[in-house]
Design a protein around this ligand. Sequence first.
Ligand SMILES: [Zn+2]
Length: 375
Amino acid sequence: MKKLLLCLLVLLLCACSKNVYKELGYSKKEIKVIEGFKLENQRFFNEHNEFLSSLLNNENIIEDNLELYIEYHDLIKEKDVVALVNSKVLREDNYERVKDLTNIEGYKEENLEKYLSNYKRNDSLLVKYVNEDNMDGYYLAFKLSKDKYFVERNLDLYLKYYDQKDNIRDLIEYINSKVYLPPYEDEELADVDKYGYQVLVNKYYKLPSDYEPDDLVKVESNYGVGYLRQQAYEAYKKMQDDAYEQGISMYITSPYRSYNTQYVLYNRYLNEDPVEVVDTYSARPGNSEHQLGLAVDILTPGYNFGTFYSAPAAQWLEENAHKYGFIFRYPAEKIDITGYKYEPWHYRYVGDIATSVYESGITYDEYFEKYIKDN
Ligand SMILES: [Zn+2]
């Protein structure tokens, strides 16, 4: 009796499930295929759509891959998802990668296998180069993209100047810092409104002649002379006080300079030296960080600009200024990048990114291009 009841129950269940699939819209043939699957796999057909039907009529389906076919179906629109899963182009462990690729502008499904087989790291480069059928270009671009300071919007420039530099680091530094351009031509605006304390002023970024900070404060006589922007001045005072406690004396000898002051200064130098020489030690009007009210020339008693490099204060500043928001702007080993000779006395306030700039070891010219501009 028990046995009979159990038989009836099984028959009833079978009939029910048959009805369910039938009601969902599966054909007799399709239901037969579903019933051939393990119970745990039959659950995939508890709904009905065109794709699920097509799966059941595809003679290449492999039961173990059912879940992947269904999962990838949302990402793969034109290609044969069954064939791609069966050939292991699409796998469980690269679903996120495929998903990322499909979100990149320019992605073409026809190139999917190529993207995946050449996949290293940089998805958007990959899509661009595979689409152009230029794999050599991709490998070079990929090599470049491994440099820590690679900036994708500069890629065409890196490639253009690739042969001119011995190594990738030098190449990327050369482009990022704009040194490949002739200085003072087609300068960009040094946009204080946009970048605040992080604004870049150099031979490629120029301040308007009428730019004057509106929060300049007078430097008290025990800290030096002239004017500085409030926040830079507060930071400077703390730096000088802390240095003093550690036995290091210093003072500001040159802080804010107006456009006109710089104009007079630069032209006076032109009476003494040829322009190529003057440009290595004096900024042109509009190209001076001093016009920002964020730069200071620092000296220490008993030393002048010619000897300051050997003063304990010079070393102290190099090691500590970043803790107060100041960066050492013109190092001896970066003359080719900054365009200025070694200036151990010149410090620039950039605020709380100073430690990050210090630790990077790159010039602010390059740091700005990588981390600040358009970010
Ligand atoms: Zn200076």
